[in-house]
Design a protein around this ligand. Structure first.
Ligand code: FAD
Length: 451
């Protein structure tokens, strides 16, 4: 077990706040520095709640520090995808087949506030807001912060620093500039995203089915919507930056309304402030960042998006970051020095972060395209049936990633490839699950590895 001492955590987002709780519970003195002001005291603009999906891996980490119930109290259950076709018809595609195989929509802001509050309840956690990290000297582990209110810069001497300052981490940039043979890859997609809103109806009623993640898949682009506790839905439009159908082509309110009338007519009817939101809200970029190493000696470790930013199509970026926290907790108890903790954490987490990064990219194709495809839906049904008949040999890929925290992402990725071969073989030449040759399935499953 590592002897409790002072740890500096940089970045008080989702992963930084949870990291602080894991440390505080074990008696470490934690100084948490966050660039923004204290979000618990700042007013949030009405109708601007942004949500994300919390799944088994994130919930496992939260449970380890006693916060699972608190988070579920803020969440709305989503049992599956509600697919909206061009004609306005809807098809519900269940995420899992057991009652507990659901995911949860939670407000990003409320979750972050809860984690900051819970961290701040420990007397050994010191929350420092308005502190922008501007430089990290890797040699001395001296960190410079600019106070966003006074604009003064001051230095802090760290012995151990954990950088949880997100995809544009200052510590990681220092590693890129100074660590010999540092591996770094950053890939931007050619499409971005924009957050929009479907407000609640009068009296706070939901205007779409509440317990679902809604998708309007349109092959090269898509709209999704996740429910909020106040009856609204946060919508996200994923669309190319350039081209005939793109953000660049939507120049006026008339363009935006015409585009939605053509592609998402059902949603448009529920979006009274569409054009206003569209031009007010920024277009976000989608990036995958991979790097190695994640640590410098026994001084500095990257965690969360700082180490591994991924695209959002599996809803796993935060869940993966929370899983980093779980591993940190295990290693804080098992290791006796920081160097070996950092090495072991990276050895365990990096292959898994790489795997979910790849899975997330692939899932965009599934969400925008194949989810509306009859063959996709047939294969989904076959996958569920195989899981029922061979529960120790087949778990659908989506289920492995989202419901089975005990299966590492890297294993889910590899098994997903092997299972796809089986699904393709069984779905070939048929349009309905009743036509499956189950003796063929039996032969194929005999070769499948048991879990
Ligand atoms: P961040 O959330 O980026 O937090 C970093 C923190 O550090 C922030 O508070 C920031 O203010 C602070 N900071 C930054 N720079 C500095 C600095 N220089 N000095 C001091 N502080 C600094 N994940 C899911 O699991 N499920 C989802 O459904 C999901 N949906 C998503 C949808 C979209 C559109 C996007 C873009 C992402 C989504 N993600 C989702 C991913 C998820 O948002 C991230 O993986 C997660 O926020 C990472 O947490 P983090 O704490 O590592 O980084």
């Amino acid at each position: 077990m590592i002897k409790p001492e002072h740890v500096h955590v940089i970045g008080g987002g989702l992963v930084g706040a949870l990291t602080s709780i894991f440390l505080a519970k074990r008696g470490f003195e934690v100084s948490l520095f966050e660039r923004r002001g204290d979000m618990r005291k700042l007013a949030v603009e009405a109708g601007r709640s942004i949500n994300l999906a919390v799944t088994a891996r994130g919930l496992k980490a939260l449970d380890e520090v006693g916060l699972k119930r608190d988070v579920l109290d803020l969440a709305i259950t989503m049992k599956g995808r509600m697919v909206h076709d061009m004609a306005g018809n809807t098809t519900f595609v269940s995420y899992g087949q057991k009652e507990n195989e659901v995911i949860y929509s939670v407000s990003r802001g409320e979750l972050n506030k809860l984690l900051l509050t819970k961290a701040g309840e420990y007397s050994n956690v010191h929350l420092r807001f308005d502190q922008r990290c501007v430089e990290h000297d890797l040699e001395s582990n001296q960190i410079s912060f600019t106070d966003e209110v006074s604009k003064q810069t001051h230095n802090v001497q760290a012995k151990v620093a954990l950088a949880t300052d997100g995809a544009w981490s200052v510590a990681r940039q220092a590693m890129l500039a100074n660590v010999k043979n540092f591996n770094y890859a950053q890939n931007f997609e050619s499409y971005g995203y924009k957050e929009l809103v479907i407000p609640a109806a009068a009296g706070g009623a939901f205007q779409l089915e509440k317990e679902a993640l809604h998708i309007w898949p349109r092959q090269s682009f898509m709209l999704i919507a996740l429910p909020n506790l106040d009856g609204s839905f946060t919508c996200t439009l994923f669309l190319a930056y350039e081209g005939a159908v793109s953000f660049a082509a939507l120049k006026t309110a008339t363009d935006v309304n015409a585009f939605f009338a053509r592609e998402f007519a059902g949603a448009l009817a529920l979006m009274p402030t569409l054009a206003e939101d569209f031009f007010r809200n920024p277009t976000g970029a989608l990036t995958t960042i991979r790097c190695a190493p994640w640590h410098v000696d026994d001084k500095l470790l990257l965690l969360g998006d700082a180490a591994h930013a991924i695209v959002p199509f599996f809803g796993q970026g935060m869940n993966c970051g929370f899983e980093d926290c779980s591993t940190l907790g295990v290693l804080l108890d098992a290791e006796s020095d920081w160097r070996s903790l950092f090495q072991k954490l990276e050895a365990e987490r990096k292959p898994n972060a790489d795997a979910i990064g790849t899975l997330a990219l692939e899932n965009f194709v599934e969400m925008r395209d194949t989810v509306a495809d009859a063959k996709f839906q047939l294969k989904k049904r076959i996958g569920f049936e195989l899981e029922k008949r061979y529960p120790d040999r087949f778990i659908p890929r989506y289920s492995m990633v989202v419901f089975h925290a005990e299966i590492p992402y890297a294993d889910a990725y590899q098994r997903g490839i092997e299972q796809e071969v089986i699904l393709d073989a069984l779905a070939a030449g048929i349009a309905d699950i009743s036509k499956i040759d189950w003796s063929h399935a039996e032969r194929l499953m005999q070769h499948a590895r048991p879990f």
